[in-house]
Design a protein around this ligand. Structure first.
Ligand code: ADP
Length: 343
């Protein structure tokens, strides 16, 4: 009988060994639907297909070259909105243009607004999961296509896409060692935290109900983040605006939506929004994994669990924003990834 290690570091070691022992294919469901878009497809049609299939990204396929051509992700849509906002005087004109635009044209938009093209990484399905996790973290991509090569036809085959969420869910469901992760988020410094010196919330990117969607979309792009907490005057978290919310805006052709306030944009959000998941910075990583096992967690918003007096005498109220734990923050800790690009 194997005993569950209770020591945090030993548990982490055991999880890494587990990830090294499994191949990428093993985390995929036995049968699943795969949506792949031809780069000649119009952007609007692709967006409708994403929404109808309940997914937020898909691999692209160049039928001219018979090869994988990167991923369509929400970042592309954020860039598209920024481009039209910056370059067109008429919203109707922008909407007409988007009708014509193909997925292949998105790379030109990225060049025009001078942002980096999305990473083109992929991995063979039989490589170890731990290796896939390292590629995910190094490339700052949130998803990694599994690509096989058919030797008979000499054509690439996109089998599926690995996401940070799937990897963490797989660990949460299959590694009892997560029970041994008894250190807290704060102790492990997992996540991005508001400075403790005052109530300004720096370096967190936040918005209020009166901030415009344009400002928030700009923060997504400039800071490479996928959600911004919405806070009130006291810093209490009242909602969250996410990059996925942008899909609704682009689909409706609502380029004028960038002028809307967050408050009006949230009023248009579908009733399917699952809500903001909050936790205390004193939550153990073990509990975070048990939450991931049960719910569809895409990030955790950390809030103060009691009134706290800051060193300058200001008081941060119970329920006030303290930080954000992204899935990448958790995965980095689990695999021991040190981000050398940040200094
Ligand atoms: P993920 O990398 O899991 O897709 P994000 O893109 O939201 O999630 O997060 C990227 C990094 O930015 C993480 O280290 C996270 O802690 C940090 N981060 C996320 N949201 C914010 C925010 N609103 N303000 C400051 N930092 C953030």
């Amino acid at each position: 009988v194997q005993r569950t290690p209770v020591d945090h570091d030993k548990s982490i070691e055991a999880i890494r060994t587990f990830l090294q022992s499994k191949d990428c294919l093993s985390i995929l469901p036995v049968s699943s639907k795969m949506i792949v878009f031809d780069t000649r497809l119009q952007v609007i049609k692709a967006l409708n297909a994403l929404v109808q299939n309940g997914v937020v990204s898909a691999p692209l396929w160049s039928s001219v070259e018979s090869k994988f051509a990167g991923m369509l992700t929400i970042s592309d849509l954020v860039h598209l909105m920024q481009y039209y906002y910056a370059t067109t005087s008429s919203y109707e004109g922008a909407a007409d243009d988007v009708e014509q635009l193909t997925l292949g044209n998105l790379r030109d938009i990225e060049t025009a607004i001078e942002v980096l093209p999305p990473p083109l990484h992929s991995i063979h399905p039989m490589r170890p999961l731990l290796e896939a996790c390292h590629i995910l973290m190094t490339s700052h991509a949130r998803r990694l296509p599994l690509i096989d090569h058919d030797d008979r036809t000499d054509v690439e085959v996109v089998l599926s896409v690995l996401t940070q969420y799937r990897v963490l869910k797989f660990i949460a469901m299959n590694c009892k060692e997560t029970l041994g992760l008894q250190k807290t988020l704060l102790e492990l410094n997992i996540g991005t935290y508001a400075s403790n010196s005052d109530t300004s919330l720096e370096p967190l990117a936040v918005a209020t109900m009166d901030t415009t969607v344009f400002d928030v979309v700009h923060q997504f792009s400039a800071k490479g983040i996928s959600a911004v907490p919405i806070v009130d005057e006291e810093g209490a978290v009242i909602n969250l605006y996410e990059t996925v919310d942008v899909i609704t805006l682009v689909r409706l052709g609502s380029y004028q939506s960038l002028d809307l306030t967050i408050s009006s944009a949230l009023a248009q959000r579908s009733a399917e929004f699952p809500g903001v998941i909050t936790c205390s910075p004193k939550e153990t990583l073990a509990n975070v994994f048990s939450l991931i096992a049960k719910r569809r967690v895409h990030r955790l918003v950390m809030v103060e669990d009691e009134d706290k007096t800051l060193p300058n005498g200001q008081i941060r109220r119970k329920g006030a924003l303290v930080g954000i734990v992204a899935l990448s923050d958790i995965l980095k800790h689990v695999i021991g990834f040190k981000d050398i690009s940040i200094n």
